[in-house]
Design a protein around this ligand. Structure first.
Ligand code: CP
Length: 324
């Protein structure tokens, strides 16, 4: 009996919805797309004729620009809309905005939104493919995928690794997507931060909880350091940024006490001197810019697969096969 054809489904809303096989297939599909960004002419005809709208209702540097690069390098036609320059400021709803875009015959929407669930809400209401580029504190699936790819590149596996996510877990969609993805691929996952920044019942997700960053550093192979999301805090979560750095900051002094060389990730944007010191961020254990580079390949893979591509044909698609 032949294997069923691979499908990622219509949308990518979160890693909670994906199987381990689907996650591995996205990472494997990203591999051939890495090379496109190293070419002099960074363009392949994979998504020629497809129209993609990037609807970013919250600020973004890495995600927005790397989606746009991914789309352009796949030869899609792209349009960018931000909250302040759209008719949302005049009271138009998200669904009405999307329906108007649909009326102009688009194929995909990449959405970042401040409300948890916004991407899924839209995915259920429009026929275009929807990609979640971060929704409230729910999920940021492509960030977790690029984190997984970067860890796999450096350590040649995910299964069996101990990965600790340090920082503001409470407000973090990156933490949630990483937890789902890492556990599905067989890693052990820890979280570390002040009690005020750990969601109640987080251990029910199957993660180990560390109160002290020194213990997390002793346990882990990989640290994924998250920033304090000051814009989502209404005060009172930490006594001060200086105090947070003193107790939870990832510094060379702390890493030197680890029993092994840790790999250090950070999704950005960083608050240098708060959750991570500059000598770590710019040091030999950091793969922070490698994450950013991998973000383009991962997003190319996601767009290609949602458009109906299959992992085995990604290499051929780059040379003119495209997606039907
Ligand atoms: N990692 C991340 O989502 O960064 P941006 O907010 O700059 O997109």
């Amino acid at each position: 009996m032949s294997r069923p054809a691979f499908s990622l489904g219509k949308d990518l809303v979160g890693l909670e919805d994906l199987s381990a096989e689907q996650i591995r297939s996205i990472l494997d599909t990203a591999e051939p797309f890495k090379e496109v960004s190293e070419r002099r002419i960074k363009k392949v005809p994979v998504l020629r004729g497809k129209t993609i709208v990037n609807l970013f209702m919250e600020p973004s540097t890495r995600t927005r620009i790397s989606f746009e690069f991914a789309e352009k390098r796949l030869s899609a036609d792209t349009v960018n809309i931000g909250a302040t320059e759209s008719s949302v400021v005049k009271g138009e709803t998200l669904v009405d905005t999307a329906r108007n875009l649909e009326a102009m015959r688009i194929d995909m929407v990449v959405i970042r939104h401040g409300s948890s669930g916004a991407a899924g809400f839209l995915a259920d209401r429009i026929p275009s493919n929807v990609v979640n580029a971060g929704d409230g504190s729910h999920e940021h699936p492509t960030q977790a995928l690029l984190d997984l790819l970067t860890i796999r590149d450096k350590l040649e596996r995910i299964e069996g690794l101990k990965v600790c996510i340090v920082g503001d877990i409470l407000h973090s969609r990156v933490a949630r997507s990483n937890i789902f993805g890492l556990l599905k691929l067989g890693a052990e996952v820890g979280v570390c931060g002040p009690m005020t920044l750990l969601p109640l019942g987080i251990d029910a997700l199957g993660v180990k909880v560390f109160r002290r960053v020194e213990e997390a550093i002793e346990w882990a192979d990989v640290l994924n350091v998250l920033r304090l999301q000051l814009e989502r805090m209404k005060g009172g979560f930490v006594p001060s940024l200086r105090e947070y750095n003193r107790v939870y900051g990832v510094s060379t002094r702390r890493l030197e006490k680890a029993p092994r060389d840790l790999l250090v990730l950070h999704p950005g944007p960083m608050n240098r001197g708060v959750e991570i010191d500059s000598d770590v961020a710019d040091g030999p254990q950091s793969v922070i810019l490698k994450q950013v580079t991998n973000g383009v390949a991962v997003r190319m893979a996601v767009l290609y697969l949602l458009a109906g591509g299959v992992p085995e044909k990604a290499e051929a698609a780059k040379t003119g096969g495209g997606v039907e």
